[in-house]
Write a protein that binds this ligand. Structure first.
Ligand code: SAM
Length: 213
């Protein structure tokens, strides 16, 4: 697997102890990258990483991995964590389509998808991170009672996701079309996009998916 979009952000990424360079070599051994063996939560499409870093700081008893496909974006997260070091976070520069090559069966305890790209054209539906195609990958890496937690401002993508979950053989634990005015908002940690869209008055959708295994 090759790192994506490396020119420009290369040196910082290649030299950072926070970024795992050949992630497929860690498959089945991700706990070796951390000080403590504890549950592993991943965020796919983390952007500049505010959500996962704030979450990791609040939950030292969980290990976190942030996944972002663009090195130029990941670089911003690396700069932040190097200013405020955390022992329980690592990053990978890769495409989400490769997750099952990088994580072993039952290696991940929870998956966060925050403000995933909507891919509005029908012919690109398979690229949406909440398509049945991607739930197939999540099925391979998530523990039996693990959850996928998805937030978005995009109602079309959210409605698509609500349809895809049962089609993928998963179930909905709960969902809301207005997270910030719902019972599920307690303890919510905002992402960069969430801050931007909620400031414009856009309601935030959120769902929790699981499967009966
Ligand atoms: N999660 C952040 C937030 O809520 O502020 C960023 C949201 S931004 C709209 C989506 C991010 O996901 C972008 O940084 C994009 O590069 C990344 N992304 C989209 N598709 C991806 C994929 N297939 N694999 C890895 N990262 C992806």
């Amino acid at each position: 697997m090759r790192l994506r979009n490396i020119p420009g952000a290369d040196d910082a990424i290649l030299n950072s102890e926070y970024c795992i360079k050949n992630p497929e070599e860690q498959k089945g051994h991700w706990q070796d990258c951390f000080d403590k063996v504890q549950p592993l939560h991943i965020e796919i499409g983390m952007g500049k990483g505010r959500f996962i870093m704030d979450t990791a700081a609040l939950h030292p008893d969980i290990n976190y991995i942030g996944i972002e496909r663009y090195s130029s974006v990941l670089l911003r997260a690396l700069q932040k964590v190097e200013q405020n070091p955390l022992p329980n976070i690592k990053f990978i520069c890769m495409d989400a389509a490769d997750v099952a090559e990088v994580f072993a069966k039952d290696e991940v305890d929870r998956i966060y998808l925050n403000f995933s790209d909507p891919w509005p054209k029908d012919r690109h539906a398979k690229r949406r991170l909440t398509s049945t195609h991607f739930f197939g990958f999540y099925d391979k890496i998530l523990i039996p009672d693990g959850q996928v937690i998805f937030k978005t401002d995009n109602r079309d993508l959210f409605d698509f996701s609500l349809e895809q979950i049962p089609l993928a053989g998963w179930k909905l634990l709960n969902y809301t079309y207005d997270l910030h005015n719902s019972e599920y908002n307690e303890g919510n940690i905002m992402t960069e996009y969430e801050t931007k869209f909620s400031a414009m008055g856009t309601p935030i959708n959120r769902l929790v998916a699981y499967r009966d295994k």
